[in-house]
Design a binder for this molecule. Sequence first.
Ligand SMILES: Nc1ncnc2c1ncn2[C@@H]1O[C@H](COP(=O)(O)OP(=O)(O)OP(=O)(O)O)[C@@H](O)[C@H]1O
Ligand SMILES: O=C(O)C1=C[C@@H](O)[C@@H](O)[C@H](O)C1
Ligand SMILES: [Mg+2]
Length: 168
Amino acid sequence: MKIFLIGFMGCGKSTMGKKLAVKLGYDFIDLDHQIEKNLGTTITAYFAENGEEAFRKLESETLKNFDYPSNAIIATGGGAPCFFDNMDWMNANGLSIYIEMSAAALAKRLESGKEKRPLLKDLSEAEMVRFIEDKLTERERFYKRAGVTVNGISLSADAMRAMILSRQ
Ligand SMILES: Nc1ncnc2c1ncn2[C@@H]1O[C@H](COP(=O)(O)OP(=O)(O)OP(=O)(O)O)[C@@H](O)[C@H]1O
Ligand SMILES: O=C(O)C1=C[C@@H](O)[C@@H](O)[C@H](O)C1
Ligand SMILES: [Mg+2]
């Protein structure tokens, strides 16, 4: 089974994805890392050189063409569900799980490490809160199409494992 973790930057897709994969004995795939591996450079550098549109195409191709193992937890990029038919594709090919968090909680988490995130790296603290609020509002309609929504603050790998197993 393919499990796609979706949600805004900082909601914990990579962190929870790794833990959950260990608990389930599934493989863990981080699509952002996969893209960086294929490119041989960082997403930040690719964005700066080629722009967001080129990145979104690459992201969609990577999502759809990856040679997934039969059981995998896949951490997607924060924007992946919101472009092309990526959300339809994930729902047709596995279970999507939205890790939901408020803009304020996300901003707190993202203050450190924002230089690794091209959409945030040039923003001041105040600008970042505003940016996250606006982007989250824009993206929520995509995220909410997930098969399951979980609360990012009270996430438990054991509870997620049980929920996934109960759906098989
Ligand atoms: N459950 C949690 N409780 C507290 N902090 C957390 C939790 N999950 C993740 N974090 C912290 O939040 C930050 C972002 O987490 P993570 O990188 O997993 O998010 P992400 O959803 O993969 O983001 P991106 O879309 O940018 O890849 C990290 O600093 C991480 O240590
Ligand atoms: O939310 C986004 O648009 C992004 C999130 C990251 O996971 C990366 O995919 C990239 O930095 C873009
Ligand atoms: Mg991540």
